[in-house]
Design a binder for this molecule. Structure first.
Ligand SMILES: NC(=O)c1ccc[n+]([C@@H]2O[C@H](COP(=O)([O-])OP(=O)(O)OC[C@H]3O[C@@H](n4cnc5c(N)ncnc54)[C@H](OP(=O)(O)O)[C@@H]3O)[C@@H](O)[C@H]2O)c1
Length: 327
């Protein structure tokens, strides 16, 4: 089988498409023929050894995928060969077949295409966990999403809207904001050309925002924290800007507000039943069309460099897929 391999830590140019022996299902596992593997921003970090998860090379990138079950260990119940599934691995999905614990798979409903299902687990899973279990967002609250056109950002816009929040999309370019508006943002702020804090104050009539969703970090976090309402919540999702911010903690005292960390991978390991309920909810929303799971582009496995480049250059809107066994 063909597999995209990271043979040693380094930039995407180091990756190679190689021929490997197909995997065999160990006890508790299924082998899935991968239709699509979805790439995320963290894939650009993991291949360089700069992410919090540091697999030993050689390994395949891509932490989420969709496909069809090709084989099952005898002890696995609830799945059959040929079933359409989606799943999450952390890394290792950019290959024609993947062996995976069956409890990391979910059935894809008939009404949902496999390309959309591929990008649903990590980004949408993160944003639902963030807004539901961490922020405990309520209908009518305001939600400011930074990096609103990216993978987790767009998911937060769509899920926030589905949960009844008033979404303010914040991004670095007008076309990105227009895109976020198409998927549910009520208001937009271009933080490359406008003052984030001033505009958030203006859009909330001076009250401040109830929840900030922050996957960018760097210079944006402090003005966002300063823009929270009384008892607001700032969700720490990630640091796509490359800088971990150090905001003054007196702000939390003054606003009676919270800075809440979100780590979806750890949540999945520690609270698998709640994650499983979240996945069912996401799949239902996606099947009904309440979530777009917008696909920026599908790249053939051999065109992996273009896929990594698009993410690193901040060009992607929504999900970037590697089309592995389907076009
Ligand atoms: N906590 C968790 O459980 C969890 C789960 C998944 C992902 N994450 C993290 O969330 C972050 C975003 O992931 P993603 O997959 O959504 O990424 P993405 O699709 O590439 O989006 C990231 C967004 O960040 C903004 N950005 C600002 N500076 C950037 C830079 N120097 N390079 C690239 N983007 C930059 C861009 O928006 P603008 O141009 O509009 O600023 C971009 O749209 C990453 O740090 C990732 O590790 C965390």
């Amino acid at each position: 089988m063909k597999a995209l391999i990271c043979p040693s830590l380094g930039p995407a140019e180091n990756l190679k498409v190689m021929d490997l022996e197909p995997p065999v299902a160990a006890p508790g596992e299924a082998v899935v023929e991968v239709a699509y593997a979805a790439l995320n921003f963290f894939d650009t970090l993991i291949i360089e050894g700069k992410y919090q998860v540091k697999p030993e090379p050689p390994f395949s990138p891509a932490g989420e995928f969709s496909g069809r079950i090709a084989a099952l260990a005898p002890d696995v119940a609830g799945f059959a060969v040929g079933d359409r599934v989606m799943g999450w691995t952390g890394y290792g999905a950019a290959r024609e077949q993947v062996a995976i614990a069956a409890n990391r798979l979910a059935h894809v409903p008939d009404g949902l295409p496999l390309d959309k299902a591929a990008g649903l687990s990590i980004t949408y899973g993160t944003s639902l966990h963030a807004l539901k279990q961490r922020a405990e967002i309520k209908p009518g609250e305001t939600l400011a999403v930074l990096g609103a056109s990216g993978g987790v950002g767009l998911a937060a816009v769509e899920i926030g809207k589905a949960m009844g929040a008033r979404v303010i999309a914040c991004a670095s370019a007008d076309d990105k904001l227009e895109f976020a508006r198409r998927y549910g943002a009520a208001e937009t702020i271009n933080y490359a050309t406008e003052d984030l804090r001033g505009r958030l104050r203006e859009l909330t009539g001076g009250k401040g925002v109830d929840v900030v969703y922050d996957p960018v970090g760097g210079a944006l976090t402090e003005p966002a924290l300063r823009s929270l309402a009384w008892k607001g919540r700032l969700l720490v999702i990630g640091f796509a800007s490359g800088e971990i911010p150090r905001p003054p903690l007196n702000l939390t005292l003054l606003k009676g507000c919270d800075i809440r960390g979100v780590y979806w991978g750890e949540f999945v390991s520690r609270e698998p039943d709640i994650n499983s309920d979240n996945m069912s909810e996401l799949l239902q929303w996606a099947e009904k069309g309440a979530l777009s799971v917008h696909i920026h582009a599908k790249f053939a496995l051999d065109d992996y460099k273009m896929a990594f480049e698009a993410i690193a250059k901040r060009q992607t809107l929504g999900k970037t897929l590697l089309a592995i066994t389907e076009a």
